[in-house]
Design a protein. Structure first.
Length: 68
């Protein structure tokens, strides 16, 4: 599934209480309708760590390729 999103809106996130505990509801493009993600704070931290590692690994690979 794919959906075109307008990236000109700033992202947003709100924390709300769910029956399972605090949750983060976020939209990467700040749209009130369309794609949203709700995730526990702990899962958000794990997801964020994976994304940060991927960005770091990509940058390191790109920099090593440029220096060759």
């Amino acid at each position: 599934m794919s959906q075109h999103l307008d990236p000109t809106h700033p992202p947003f996130a709100v924390v709300f209480q769910d029956q399972g505990g605090p949750m983060i509801r976020t939209s990467p493009f700040g749209q009130s309708e369309g794609v949203h993600m709700s995730i526990t704070i702990e899962d958000w931290r794990r997801w964020n760590a994976v994304v940060e590692k991927a960005v770091t690994d990509f940058a390191a690979l790109h920099l090593s390729a440029v220096s060759l």
